[in-house]
Design a protein around this ligand. Structure first.
Ligand code: PAF
Length: 280
């Protein structure tokens, strides 16, 4: 396993592997790795003839709030320790600096239509433009055949699939199941920012989502029901709960609509913002 910091060297190594017809499987991360990230790597490892590249880079352009960027958990030593146990000899960890990824200001503006104006896009202005900036750079340098993303960030996957289509990237996006703690809380690097008490309460988010699946009521009644249940937890502030289709993420108003339906939720607990989703 190699740790690479420089884009030039990464490109040199990738070229060598491509010449040998290796499949490049890419897992972009912002570090502070947990079982969710490791499950993406395990999924990637199922492929034959594969070189795995994991990037670790806390991308400043996707944070709409400086405080959030400052307190974002970072633990490169622990990340490398975890990766050493799972990666093979030829695999790569790419840990570029900010100067390496953004040598000059990146003023690009990506367009994702309605997708960027709802839910995470609405509540975190500029977030998806920042995600698109870094993911496009990483795709340019890594030239992956496959890239793996967790379904907890379902809207991010939809944005990246759009990016791939619009900019003709030759990469297959592989959405992977959300990994949960025993109590149901979706794994997230941000979970370690929760106090013990908050972490215990946070499992109620998924509990409520699961319970909502059993309700036999209209979509608008279900939205009220989830809102009320979340508000019963005095430490929770609900940002949104919406039911949307799984392709265009358009609002769904009736169970009869011919599409798969997903409930998307964002909740603030103290200073920590958590998101999750559930298929109906
Ligand atoms: O999902 C994340 O961790 C980040 O948004 C990503 C895709 C690594 C881009 O910084």
């Amino acid at each position: 396993m190699k740790i690479i910091e420089k884009i030039n060297y990464l490109q040199f190594i990738v070229k060598k592997f491509k010449k040998k017809n290796k499949i490049i499987s890419f897992i972009p991360t912002m570090g502070s790795l947990h079982e969710g990230h490791l499950s993406l790597i395990k999924e990637a490892k199922k492929g034959k003839n594969t070189i795995i590249i994991v990037s670790i880079f806390v991308n400043p352009t996707q944070f709409n709030n400086l405080k959030d960027l400052e307190k974002y958990p970072r633990n490169l030593k622990k990340d490398i320790f975890l990766l050493k146990n799972i990666l093979c000899e030829n695999d790569i960890i790419f840990t570029p600096s900010e100067e390496e990824m953004y040598p000059t200001i990146d003023n690009r503006n990506f367009y994702f239509g309605d997708l960027e104006n709802v839910m995470e896009g609405k509540h975190r202005k500029g977030h998806f433009n920042g995600v698109a900036k870094i993911v496009s750079k990483l795709f340019d340098f890594v030239k992956p055949d496959k890239a793996f993303f967790g379904k907890k960030d379902f809207q991010q996957i939809a944005i990246i699939e759009n990016l791939v289509k619009n900019y003709n990237y030759k990469v297959e996006i592989i959405p992977c199941e959300t990994v949960r703690e025993k109590n149901g809380l979706a794994m997230s690097s941000r979970n370690i920012l929760l106090s013990n008490e908050e972490r215990k309460n946070a499992n109620n988010i998924y509990k409520i989502l699961k319970e909502s699946r059993e309700k036999n009521i209209s979509i608008s009644d279900l939205k009220h029901w989830v809102k009320n249940k979340i508000n019963e937890n005095s430490h929770f502030i609900l940002e949104y709960f919406e039911i949307r289709d799984d392709i265009f993420l358009k609002d769904v108003n009736s169970w009869k609509d011919d599409c798969k339906k997903i409930g998307f939720i964002a909740v603030k607990i103290g200073n920590v913002r958590l998101i999750d989703n559930i298929f109906y």
